[in-house]
Design a protein around this ligand. Structure first.
Ligand SMILES: C[S@@+](CC[C@H](N)C(=O)[O-])C[C@H]1O[C@@H](n2cnc3c(N)ncnc32)[C@H](O)[C@@H]1O
Length: 243
């Protein structure tokens, strides 16, 4: 790990200009405008890679519909709306994201997915969803978001609060590799660069551990690799947890 810290220091030097801009308050506002364009370009290729896994994951969404047969679904960090195609017809959707600059892309995805009913779109961070009432959601979804949030614990506390009893939290997140692997070594080395150009995203989060700490009545979690295993962003967790 000494070598990893040394190489990480070199990477940190590379991203020093962005750190200076961050201290001057210039990087975040600039990058928050650029990031949605990057995601709009990259998301289709990523979705293609995980298409089968997402299709299987979301195939039982209907099982969590309320007594009226309608499914109320909240997506945290909706981004460009890449998951809309997997949601069932008539699904009553609430979108939240901390970055308002995604709205143009979100509207495009909605126009391509007219089987959904958008109830609300809220600019909010997952750590504070006070606009969403307690126990109001059948399902909450998060894909590639918990790697970027400032507090996974706070987000999961909000997920539990807004879910009704028996509702489910669906997730697909990239995570830290096994600590004894070379993948983890490279995750640690490239973390500063990734954070800088991934809008705060970390390659080495132990998201599964945080999910295991929460009092869900059922946790269905699988580890998968979405690209060759040695690529730092390859290890993922996928599944759902029932409140
Ligand atoms: C990598 S993108 C993934 C977007 C989308 N979920 C997907 O799977 O394509 C991460 C998204 O999470 C959002 N995000 C990051 N931190 C957040 C937070 N604390 N609260 C809400 N949204 C957040 C970002 O603005 C961005 O839209």
């Amino acid at each position: 790990m000494v070598l990893a810290s040394l190489l990480q220091g070199c990477v940190q030097l590379l991203v020093l200009p962005a750190h200076v801009l961050t201290c001057l308050g210039l990087w975040d506002s600039f990058y928050k405008k650029v990031f949605p364009y990057i995601m709009a370009k990259m998301a289709p290729a990523y979705n293609h890679k995980v298409y089968k896994q997402k299709q299987a994951l979301f195939s039982n969404l209907r099982a969590f519909a309320g007594p009226s047969g309608q499914l109320t679904l909240l997506e945290i960090g909706t981004g460009t709306g890449t998951n809309f195609q997997f949601y069932p017809p008539g699904c009553r959707l609430t979108c939240t994201d901390r970055n308002p600059n995604f709205s143009k892309f979100l509207l495009k995805s909605l126009s391509e997915n007219q089987h959904l009913k958008l109830e609300r779109s809220v600019v909010a961070s997952g750590e504070d969803l006070h606009q969403i009432p307690d126990s109001s959601m059948d399902v909450v979804v998060s894909t590639l978001v918990l790697c970027s949030v400032s507090s996974i614990q706070k987000v999961l506390a909000e997920v539990l609060r807004v879910l009704r009893q028996g509702g489910a939290f669906y997730f697909l997140e990239h995570v830290a590799a096994d600590h004894s692997s070379w993948t983890y070594f490279w995750q640690k080395v490239f973390d500063p660069l990734w954070k800088c150009f991934g809008d705060g995203c970390s390659l080495s989060r132990e998201t599964q551990k945080e999910l295991e700490k929460i009092n869900f009545s059922e946790l269905n979690l699988k580890h998968i690799y979405v690209t060759p295993y040695w690529i730092p962003s390859s290890p993922h967790i996928i599944g759902y947890a029932v409140k």
